[in-house]
Design a protein around this ligand. Structure first.
Ligand SMILES: [Ca+2]
Length: 332
């Protein structure tokens, strides 16, 4: 095993529930899945300014709905009837520009900047997990090679040293751990959505419309080997490139996964929820885990059909990656 692949086991939301990826440590030069490769980049329209007391927020009237689904992935079931009260929610994912404003105002350092603990040495190493399907020469399993723990990767340099968010100001911020998302939300006087709020708001959000036109930024082709980019993007897209849903919300499906404040359990019917206030994922026991929603630019039909409102994924709260971001809500 190369030094790069010395066993750091971290659960990553890459598709299959609770995949354990073996991340290498290092500062390898990676292909840059940012703007450079967005060969078909769409002309993104400006997001309309809403008539809202909270800039950038849209009112979602509450209601009853069927949450969850059956027949696709186990963790989405069982479906059940529930309701949510009305709430305000961000029109789009929090962007790099918005997160930069928060950092300018507070001096906040994200978890990736402060350091992630190497479970082998106990050392704190600044960095994050970057999707990099071609860099791992010794994958322990076919999934492991897709992710690399890259020293000094963080929201400001999403592909590590030498990369930047210049030109990506309107892209969703990534490499955001749960506490980072929560810190931003608190600063703004907002909160993170619950899973039910996200799912309710996303009900009319689509991957593709009836004409086959892509309505969200996902993966087309055989993941992770071939990306046909019919939706216009390889990596993240600027927020608002696709049609808004019935509530006027963009990119709930696709682009980046989004944190919710809801602890993760492996099904809606999990019995011992009170016993695990920080959630429970058998693939990473003892690790606080939250539900992330909406899927990302890496979700493909052959691997991760989680570009659907009812889809859900476990994510360890201590790790953001290059395909997880967030948006916020205001609960009146
Ligand atoms: Ca999203």
């Amino acid at each position: 095993m190369s030094t790069r692949n010395k066993g750091l086991f971290i659960g990553l939301a890459v598709g299959g529930a609770g995949i354990l990826a073996v991340l290498g440590w290092g500062a390898a030069t990676l292909p840059r899945p940012g703007n450079d490769l967005d060969v078909l980049a769409l002309q993104c329209s400006d997001i309309p300014v809403t008539d809202s007391p909270y800039p950038g927020m849209v009112w979602v009237p509450g209601g009853n709905f069927t949450m969850g689904a059956e027949g696709t992935y186990f963790e989405e079931g069982p479906a059940f009837e529930t309701s949510v009260a009305g709430f305000w929610i961000g029109q789009h994912e929090v962007t790099n520009a918005q997160f930069a404003e928060f950092v300018r105002a507070t001096g906040y350092l994200t978890l990736a900047e402060r350091g992630i603990e190497n479970p082998t040495s106990g050392e704190l190493i600044p960095g994050s997990a970057v999707f990099s399907p071609h860099v791992s020469d010794e994958p322990v399993n076919p999934f492991a090679g897709w992710w690399q723990f890259l020293a000094d990767a963080n929201w400001q340099q999403p592909e590590g040293p030498g990369s930047s968010i210049k030109g990506r100001e309107n892209h969703p911020v990534v490499h955001i751990a749960y506490e980072d998302a929560q810190a931003y939300a608190q600063w703004a006087g907002h909160a993170l959505p619950t899973e039910a709020q996200f799912e309710f708001a996303a009900q009319s959000s689509l991957r593709r419309d009836l004409a086959g036109t892509y309505q969200s930024n996902t993966w087309q082709g055989l993941f992770p080997f071939q990306h046909d980019t019919q939706d216009g993007f390889v990596g993240t897209a600027p927020v608002g490139c696709y049609s808004a849903n019935e509530f006027g919300l963009y990119d709930l499906i696709g682009n980046v996964w989004e944190w919710t404040e809801t602890p993760w359990f492996s099904s809606h019917a999990f019995l011992d929820k009170e016993k695990y206030p920080q959630g429970y994922d058998p693939n990473q026991p003892g690790e606080p885990v939250a539900v992330i929603k909406g899927g990302s630019y890496l979700c493909a039909p052959n691997y991760c059909m989680r570009y659907r409102p009812e889809a859900r994924q476990a994510q360890g709260k201590g790790l953001g990656t290059s395909h997880i971001g967030f948006r916020t809500v205001i609960n009146p």
